[in-house]
Structure formats: structure tokens, C-alpha cells
Design a protein around this ligand. Structure first.
Ligand code: SF4
Length: 435
């Protein structure tokens, strides 16, 4: 089976980071995304610099409007002047004009063509224009679809399912084929590891059977949250697929400093290559990732109901009984086998986030940890947050600066709440619903 591959970036002598080879069975590319405001050039350059030093191979920045397009050009210029040539990816959500404007600046553009216009034919025309420009400029495209942000046209045909995600992407890939444009990667992210794994498998099968070749796949568990649970969920979803030979590039989305995503990504890739047997990890983070990659697939597929951690060590010490129980609970929940805690869905934050997402997320977790079985989302922005929080029971969604909208399911029930009152109001809302 032919695996499509291509280079991203422009080669600069003495700078191997300047050209990233994606697909075709090449080593998995580890990428991350800034959570700074792209318009804040200084902070974005500083974060890109840290990411480069940590080994990020592709760096993505939010590019929601024309001001961000200009800022991205300045960020690229500043990084190049410092001798940092890591390819940059523009994250464009809705506007085809923005995608067209940034296609000559970024090395890769992430879009969901389905969001370009309400009328499908119009979205197709705009996608064709983008393909033509990317071909001319040598820019790669990622077609990025997330569960929860599928259009009505597709969900009315296939429901909100992995099948719908696969079908939505195949429509755009068929167009790439018609246009003979192959510098394309695809992602089908979901917060639910079961949905995510199924969607990528279905797409892999459809590409094999219908297209006869495989476009590179960008893997990720979206809105995974942070800390241990974010790492475990990501390692289960990404690790399951990588171990099957599915996936060419990964991003571990964590609601914390994104520089940590790179180490987590590297640990997942290494864990996929490790021999089975008791794990001896140099850190707790490494242990939970390796154990999730090793035991997660069998738990996710119901081929096992438990995992045997005897003989495992972290930081040179055997695991305590509490550590074993804690990890098993988190792993079983990430594999959607047993729910002993609330399920948290949190975006990693990006240039659209106007509040301290990590602090708020940790506080929401601390104050709701007794609510086992509930799905609680904490999202950075009102533009994409409500669509991306999928099947959450309650949502805390940033609304501009210092204000929040609270959701019950998909319905906004309390709008424009000052941020310092919002967690109390969320708890009151949940308590009144459960009374
Ligand atoms: S939901 Fe979060 S990651 Fe997605 S665009 Fe909004 S702030 Fe950024």
C-alpha cells in the first residue's frame, strides 16, 4: 500500500529542523501548539523558542483573523533571525480568506473546509482555491475534523459518530484526489478515546479500500485535560493506533504549559517501541505513559479487565499500593471501562483563550472531584468551545475577557458570569439539578 509522504518547510543548510518529512513510514513527527495570543509576538516568539529547544518538530499557532496572519509573519521572521527554522503551522478555523492569506506565510495550514461556508458547494469552491494556492506556494494542508464540530449535513446522514467523521474527511480527500493535490495530512480527533480510535481506523480502512493509498495521519485526543489524566488518555488513544501502524505525526494536547506536550509525545512514541514486561521508568510521567501504551489497548478493546503492575518501578522505587490503585482507576476510565471520577474535558487553550485556563481547570477539578460519573468541560473560548466539548454534561466556557458562560449539555444556561463567581455558579447549577 502506497503511503503518501512530503516535506514541510524549506531546507536551510545547517538547520535539519527546517525540513520535516511526514508520512511514508518515516519516524513519527512530534508537534505542539502555542497557547499564547498570536498577536502578542513577543510571548509567542518566546514560547516557540522554548518549544524548539524542547525538540518540537512542528509548531502551530492560532490564526483566527488577518491581524494574526500579520503577526504570524512577524513571528516567523523573528524566529528565523534567531536561527530557528522549525516549520510553523497556521491554525485556521472558519475563514477561507484567512487560510488563503496565511498560505504564503505558514508552512502548513490546518483547516476544516466544512466550516468555510454554510452551503457545501461554496465550501468546496473555497477549498479548491486554497488547494491551488498551496500548490503554488508549496504549503501543506491538514484537514482537521473534531468530533463534536461536524456539520449538520454529515450528522443528519451518519449521526455524530466515527463513521460520520470518516465520511466528512473522505469527501475532502476525494476533492484533493480530483485536484491531484497530495500534500495533505488528516486528523480526526475526539475527547473520547473509543470514538477517536474507531474514527482513525475507519479512515485508514477507507483510504486503503477506496483511494489505494494512505495520506499521513495526525493523531491526537482532543480536550484531554492536563496532568496525569491528560497524559493517560492521550497515551491510550495515540498509543493504541501507533502500535497498529496508524499515525505519522502526533500532538498530545495538555491543559498546561504546551512545552510539556513534547516530552509526553516522545514518551508515547518510545513506549510503542518498548518490549513488554515490567516497566522501569525514570519518572512518574514516564511510567503512566508507558503503562497506558502497554495496557491501554487491551483494556480499550475489552480483551482484558485489569493490568498486572507487579515488578514495575518509577524513579527506582516499586509502586505503592496507592499508586497502583490510583493509576488503574485513571487508566480504566481513560479506556472507558470504569468511571470512578468525573470525566473532564478541557481544551489545551490557544491564542483565543483570555483567562488562566490551567488554574481554572485545576480549581474546577478540585471542587468537583466528588461528582463521579459527571462529564465536566472547561473550555478556553466561546467560538469553538461549545462545539468541541462534545457530550459534556456541564461546560465552563470562557466568554471574552473575565466572563464565562455556563452550559448544561449543549444549552447555554448562564451567560456573562464574572469569572470570579463562575465556579461557585457552576457548583450551584449542578447541585440544583441533582436536588
Ligand atoms: S476551544 Fe480552546 S483550544 Fe479550541 S479554539 Fe477555543 S480556546 Fe483554542
Amino acid at each position: 500500500m502506497e503511503r503518501i509522504s512530503f516535506d514541510i518547510g524549506a531546507p536551510v543548510q545547517g538547520h535539519p529542523e527546517s525540513l520535516v518529512h511526514l508520512g511514508g513510514g518515516s519516524p513519527v513527527v512530534i508537534q505542539t501548539m502555542c497557547n499564547t495570543s498570536t498577536q502578542d509576538v513577543e510571548s509567542s516568539v518566546a514560547q516557540c523558542r522554548e518549544m524548539y529547544r524542547a525538540g518540537a518538530q512542528l509548531i502551530r499557532l492560532t490564526t483566527q483573523g488577518m491581524k494574526e496572519v500579520e503577526a504570524l509573519a512577524r513571528i516567523k521572521e523573528r524566529l528565523r533571525a534567531e536561527g530557528i527554522y522549525t516549520p510553523l503551522v497556521a491554525d485556521v478555523h472558519f475563514s477561507s480568506d484567512v487560510a488563503l492569506a496565511v498560505a504564503g506565510i505558514a508552512d502548513k495550514v490546518r483547516i476544516n473546509p466544512g466550516n468555510f461556508a454554510r452551503v457545501h458547494e461554496e465550501a468546496c469552491d473555497r477549498f479548491r482555491q486554497l488547494i491551488a494556492l498551496c500548490r503554488e506556494k508549496g504549503t501543506a494542508i491538514r484537514i482537521g475534523l473534531n468530533h463534536g464540530s461536524l456539520g449538520e449535513r454529515i450528522t443528519s446522514l451518519y449521526g455524530n459518530t466515527p463513521e460520520a467523521m470518516k465520511e466528512a474527511v473522505m469527501e475532502w480527500l476525494r476533492m484533493c484526489e480530483e485536484e491531484d493535490f497530495h500534500k495533505v495530512a488528516v486528523s480526526l480527533k475526539a475527547s473520547n478515546t473509543r470514538v477517536m480510535v474507531d474514527a482513525y481506523r475507519l479512515l485508514d480502512k477507507a483510504m486503503r479500500e477506496e483511494l489505494g493509498h494512505l495520506y499521513p495521519l495526525h493523531l491526537g485526543v482532543t480536550e484531554a485535560g492536563g496532568g496525569d489524566t491528560g497524559r493517560i488518555k492521550s497515551a491510550v488513544g495515540i498509543g493504541t493506533l501507533l502500535r497498529e501502524g496508524i499515525g505519522d505525526t502526533i500532538r498530545v494536547s495538555l491543559t498546561e504549559n504546551p512545552v510539556g506536550e513534547i516530552e509526553a509525545g516522545r514518551q508515547i512514541v518510545e513506549a510503542c517501541e518498548a518490549a513488554p514486561g515490567p516497566i522501569h521508568a525514570s519518572s512518574w510521567n514516564e511510567f503512566i505513559i508507558r503503562a497506558s501504551v502497554l495496557y491501554g489497548p487491551d483494556l480499550l478493546e475489552c480483551r482484558a479487565d485489569d493490568c498486572d503492575l507487579s515488578g514495575c518501578t518509577a524513579e527506582g522505587k516499586p509502586l505503592t499500593a496507592e499508586q497502583e490503585d490510583y493509576f488503574k482507576d485513571a487508566l480504566l476510565q481513560a479506556c472507558r471501562r470504569r468511571f470512578t471520577k468525573p470525566e473532564y474535558i478541557a481544551c489545551p487553550g490557544c491564542g483565543r483563550t483570555l483567562y488562566d485556563l490551567e488554574t481554572v481547570f485545576n480549581e474546577v477539578r478540585r471542587r468537583t472531584s466528588h461528582l463521579a460519573g459527571l462529564r465536566i468541560a472547561v473550555m478556553g473560548c466561546i467560538v469553538n468551545g461549545p462545539g468541541e466539548m462534545a457530550d459534556a454534561d456541564y461546560g465552563y466556557v470562557g466568554e471574552g475577557r473575565d466572563h464565562v458562560t455556563l452550559y448544561r449539555g449543549r444549552e447555554a444556561v448562564l451567560r456573562h458570569i464574572p469569572q470570579d463567581e463562575a465556579i461557585d455558579k457552576l457548583l450551584e447549577l449542578i447541585a440544583s439539578d441533582r436536588a
